[in-house]
Write a protein that binds this ligand. Sequence first.
Ligand code: FAD
Length: 621
Amino acid sequence: MANQDSTSPSHALFDQFVQAQTCKEVQRTFSELCHHLQVDPRDYQSFYTKLKERLNYWKAKSLWVKLDKRAQHQDYQQGEVCAKNKCLVLGAGPCGLRTAIELALLGAHVVVLEKRDSFSRNNVLHLWPYTIYDLRGLAAKKFYGKFCTGALDHISIRQLQLILLKVCLLLGVEVQTGVEFKGFVEPSGATGWMAKLFPDNHPAGKFQFDVFIYAGGGSFVPYGFKRKELRGKLAIGITCNFINRHTAAEAQVAEISGVARIYNQKFFQDLLTETGIDLENIVYYKDDTHYFVMTAKKKSLLKMGVIKQDFSDADKLLAQVNVDQEALLRYAYDAAQFSTGHCLPDMQFAQNHAGQPDVAMFDFTCMHRAENASLVRERKGQKLLMGLVGDCLVEPFWPLGTGIARGFLAAFDTAWMVRSWGKGRPHMEVLAERESIYQLLSQTTPENTSKKYSAFSIDPATRYQHVNLNSVKAIQVKNLNIIYSFYFYSQRRHKATFISVPMCVHGPDSVGAFEVLLKWCQQHTAGYDRVKVNDLNQSWRSGLALCALIDTFRPRVIDMSSLEESNAVYNNQLAFNFLERELGIPPIMSANEMSFKGQIDKLSMVHYLTQIHDGSGSQTF
Ligand code: FAD
């Protein structure tokens, strides 16, 4: 057993591991520590216990206390519940790593694949209170002393990845970097599901798994999952990072946790007058870097020469050839200067992974969301459970910082799904439950999730205030059981499913889908005076129900008390205009037709309400 001397090599290695500041350093120190203590991380089921025993070091004690507390939660059943499951997680972003931790606690053999070999994203993530609580429980402060000190509620993406990577490794998760997932190798008689990788001789290609978690970020989805595009009004985001030298002068400058135009007209007017920069909102966080994220108006970007030529197509508009990089740097610099009262001294851009000034422009006009969160694929009698987690499930709007909050919720929900799978529940039930829970995700806010953070676990009932695990029935998810083979792995951003239709509208399960939609409408219009939604057509005639739906998600945009039931054309027009402007949902008919014509067409109305339902979780709603 290692001795208690603080000069012991294993103690020194442990200290280096805890403090490591790059992905490579974490992996190196971990492997040396394991080697020195003669513990094999491939022995994943007993690795953590052996490591603890052999590293008899007082500085590690507080870490074990935290991890033990988490591991002892009843949900994990002492790591027995998924002891027979093998999980492949694609992506070592925060959500992939967070999911991997939960799967390891459930006792599964977990391998994470990451195509990059470094963590280089300076950008800063906003954390909801529950995520701060959660990360503290995983000893985040031990690994990163500055973690959310005082009132801080943010962290850089790379620091978060480093913390989670360290926890993963300690819990016996195998994290393989510099390896890209290219698709599946289907089961043969003798082997189970495996992955095609690049480089193709990578040892992880031999790993056989029955669970595949896709956490690959915003741009890709595995074939078989459908994504919806929610087209809002044009929204151009700019992020930039400046070097933080941690001087007293820098410490004095106040953060901006989010100024939106509607709340501070004067700030934005002064900014425009002084600099010509026109913004919708801006956030400034002081972290490893000075980080700014802002939404800029197209007109001012054109006027300031950042965008060279106007195009209605956002891809063309923000294409590299159409952006003047120098002008973009100036724009970001001036906005940062102004918004911090010119008090940040000697502002110098931090560098991105390519050694360039860390400034980037992104299009948030089209936000994507997966239609379903899970699938079961079956081939030669071997089932593969698949789940989506993180940005690829619901794309976040960065200025509002929903990425980690909803990403971690989905990680827990996915772990809950794998737990049911591990328990041997019929797979259609597992999928139905997962889809029931997924319906809640886009509507989550810090206000409507439970405040009892200490009780949070992978059990959805501990986190969501009103969760119905049976809102989607097994029969409604039968299209999520795919019993044929495929090799194709989509490398393209999935586009053009603008008009989304509920999963089963045209299929034999339409009735079920209509009921789900009707229930959703009833739930979100309940309690409004003169509004009674009994069906998916006639109840909508007066326009009051549509306005009530809007009011539920965007309180006070409409003065509900001023609306007359008899003024249907006005009410409908008001709702149509808002929904088209804010969510890009075109009206299905004119306000006149909606108000006076005979029967309102049910299918058209279903399409319309579905889009409102889908858009209700978007940031523009
Ligand atoms: P990600 O963090 O994107 O991680 C996905 C991982 O999967 C990546 O590491 C990727 O390399 C890996 N991967 C993808 N495909 C493969 C494959 N085939 N094989 C192996 N590995 C693969 N959010 C904010 O709130 N503010 C910001 O300023 C901000 N800036 C961002 C800048 C960039 C460039 C990106 C990509 C994202 C940014 N985000 C920002 C979003 C934020 O990073 C995510 O919400 C958060 O990291 C959670 O995402 P995730 O874990 O789902 O995916």
